[in-house]
Write a protein that binds this ligand. Structure first.
Ligand code: GLY
Length: 338
């Protein structure tokens, strides 16, 4: 596999890949590329699972998570950010400017402010509409499928609340009638919400340096305070310069119980190919959880030589690949459940 190379989760990742590619192709660093990919999606209000435009928590407020990683001793993370659009960049500042790995909530917002980030209102008009429909209908939001976002286009529009949405409005959310909750579960139990679409990115640059990043608004309409896998090192993302990198997307609760990304890298360290490692993580999830129809988890695993693979619990997931000879959206190499 030739380098440089960028791998992103979901087809909307292609928009970020496009923006990051020119710098990377000129010899830029993988850490800048993964940050750029996430920044683009964080500013894109059409993407309802990341940054501005992300679906809010059950209290109507958007909260964001993100992380970035070069190596076990070079990583940063923030969760429950409520006043700033770019958690990935705040996470990078945590990595570069502090002795800590992770900041949360008010502390993360205060840190971002002190670092000079511009505060932003994160609730886009469409996400607010979706929230009001959710309050009324309490139906299942199906975000488990890749919705085939349109081809890459000029990005980072610096969108702000109330700006007209130039994307397809219809068809992004699929509301189904709410199922009866199982005994002992309330209708508000988020487990009935279908999977969602964290942007996760892995990159290897022309210097052979691996980097990864994640950014998400988390599970739609989640309980305030809930944190998923994405900002937690080893769960949503792990990078070991010697042995490889992995990134996960989907239902965080399933990924967290098996330390999904760390496990994939450890399996590569033990000699497994990327595909075998990604499949093993998903099998571990299947073996340990009562996997429900609404659950989705997908992983991308990459070795330091650029060999990579992706696998998903269910069909509907896609990855975006950008390399010297490739710029495409691809199906996963394995789907575990049919
Ligand atoms: N995978 C993102 C989340 O569960 O929050």
């Amino acid at each position: 596999m030739t380098v440089p190379l960028i791998l992103s989760t979901w087809s909307f990742g292609q928009r970020g890949n496009e923006a990051a590619w020119p710098g990377l192709a000129r010899g830029g660093h993988s850490i800048d590329a993964v940050e750029r990919v996430c920044q683009v999606l964080e500013a894109d209000q059409e993407v309802d699972s990341v940054g501005f435009g992300g679906l809010p928590d059950s209290n109507g407020h958007v909260s964001l998570d993100g992380c970035i990683m070069l190596a076990p001793n070079r990583c940063g993370s923030v969760c429950n950010v409520r006043r700033f659009m770019h958690p990935v960049s705040i996470a990078r500042q945590v990595m570069e400017q502090t002795h800590h790995v992770m900041l949360s909530g008010d502390g993360a917002d205060a840190f971002a402010q002190a670092q000079g980030f511009m505060p932003a209102d994160l609730l886009a008009a469409d996400a607010q509409d979706a929230y009001h429909r959710w309050l009324k209908e309490r139906g299942t939001v199906d975000q488990s499928r890749d919705k085939g976002y349109s081809a890459p286009r000029p990005i980072d529009r610096g969108a702000s609340r109330g700006q007209p949405n130039d994307g397809a409005r219809a068809g992004r959310l699929f509301f189904h009638p709410a199922p009866e909750p199982p005994p002992g579960r309330s209708r508000d139990d988020e487990s009935k919400w279908k999977g969602h679409d964290t942007i996760g990115v892995l990159c290897i640059d022309a210097h052979g340096v691996l980097a990864g990043a994640c950014s998400t608004s988390g599970m739609p309409f989640k309980l305030p305070g809930r944190v998923g896998d994405s900002p937690i090192i080893g769960h949503g993302l792990y990078v070991d310069p010697e042995h490889g990198a992995a990134v996960a997307t989907g239902t965080g609760e399933l990924i967290m119980g098996v330390c999904g990304s760390f496990l994939a890298v450890e399996l590569m360290r033990a000699g497994q190919e990327p595909l075998e490692a990604a499949r093993s993580v998903l099998q571990r999830i299947i073996d340990n959880y009562d996997v429900k129809p609404e659950h989705q988890v997908a992983l991308i695993a990459m070795r330091p030589d650029g060999q990579f693979a992706s696998a998903a619990l269910r069909s509907g997931y896609k990855s975006s690949v950008r390399g010297n000879q490739r710029n495409e959206v691809v199906e996963p190499d394995a789907v575990m459940l049919r």
